[in-house]
Ligand binder design. Structure first.
Ligand code: AMP
Ligand code: MG
Length: 326
């Protein structure tokens, strides 16, 4: 069985093709990189509309398959930016109708978790999902992926991107900060904001920006921002693991590519006799392969959607999905 998945919740449009063994046959994508400012939803949707058809063809080429051999089309149904979601859903509907195959709408956050479970071979991990727009600690309980903790304001990636942007760097800012942070070991105190199981980043961002304006070194602030934000994330993740008596933690989302975060989460896990897993970088960021794989799992478990069921949901909750395939 072959599944083709289309991702397009935010800045990246991607197409992946996977088979029943979770082998990724193709995973191609293009990311909108605005020259100034943040992501404009309409602009991103236009970008996706322009690129999605060539990407579908490219994915088939890379995978060495004929589109006629695709058995199911999956797409990112939410959460995300409305215009982007609608663009990708339209492309998925058109493709599924023309190939005369079933269509499945996939929750983007759940897809980050499922691809990690498949490629890293972990059974029942707590997921620390850290991306541009999302920051969630997710665990499986009573038939659903439940959000144990999340950001109360902005996603961690957006926070890193905004700080880098204000300091004059381009998008994405996360990798820029990671490199800069390696040039420093001077820890500057910034607000540490954990509220129960939740975290908040906007106070941290404001404080770091104020210090930047007052002349503190960019490298020292990059280092301190990472140490503070990642410690917050490790704290709430550890609490969820303790609560669930879970001995696996899986990282997902673009920020999971950060080596320092991997190191800190790995240390936290090892200290409690647990193991930490990170998918390869191309499967951490927003990608079509994770959508294809989750769609395949859903289809195999009997999930069927009519075109009416494929309406997008900008606020699609992780715990709104009935996880019938587990
Ligand atoms: P996603 O939304 O999952 O596609 O991930 C994109 C986000 O990941 C952006 O906010 C990037 O700045 C961030 N990101 C990518 N690589 C890194 C890195 N090495 N360190 C920190 N953040 C990163
Ligand atoms: Mg994502």
């Amino acid at each position: 069985m072959l599944s083709l998945g289309i991702e397009g919740t935010a800045h990246t449009v991607g197409v992946g093709i996977v088979n029943e063994d979770a082998k990724v046959l193709a995973n191609v994508y293009e990311m909108l990189r605005p020259e100034h400012g943040g992501i404009h939803p309409r602009e991103a949707a236009n970008h996706h509309a322009e690129r999605v058809v060539p990407l579908i063809r490219k994915a088939a080429d890379v995978a060495g398959v004929d589109l006629a051999d695709i058995d199911v089309v999956a797409f990112s149904q939410g959460p995300g930016l409305g215009p982007c979601l609608r663009t990708v859903a339209t492309a998925a509907r058109a493709l599924a109708l023309s190939l005369e195959v079933p269509i499945v709408g996939v929750n983007h956050c759940v897809a980050h978790l499922e691809i990690g479970r498949a490629v890293n071979g972990c059974e029942d991990p707590v997921l620390l999902y850290v991306s541009g727009g999302n920051t969630q600690v997710i665990g499986f309980a009573r038939g659903r992926y439940r959000v144990f903790g999340e950001t109360l304001d902005i996603g961690i990636g957006n926070m890193l991107d905004k700080f880098a942007r204000e300091a004059g760097h381009g998008f994405p800012g996360g990798p820029v900060l990671e490199r800069a942070a390696r040039e420093s070991s001077t820890f500057l105190t910034l607000p540490y904001s954990v509220k129960g199981m939740d975290v908040a980043f906007s106070g941290l961002l404001t404080a770091a920006l104020n210090r930047l304006k007052k002349g503190d070194r960019f490298e020292d602030l990059a280092f301190s921002l990472q140490e503070t934000a990642f410690a917050m994330l490790c704290e709430v993740t550890e609490r969820a693991m303790a609560h669930l008596e879970n001995d696996e933690v899986l990282l997902g989302g673009g920020v999971a590519r950060n080596r320092r975060l991997q190191e800190m989460a790995g240390r936290m896990a090892a200290d409690r006799g647990a193991r930490m897993f990170v998918p390869p970088g191309d499967l951490c960021i927003d990608n079509g392969a994770m959508i294809a794989w989750t769609g395949l799992l859903m289809h195999r478990a009997g999930v069927r959607m009519s075109v009416e069921d494929t309406v997008v949901d900008q606020r699609f909750r992780t715990d709104g999905v009935d996880v019938v395939w587990r």
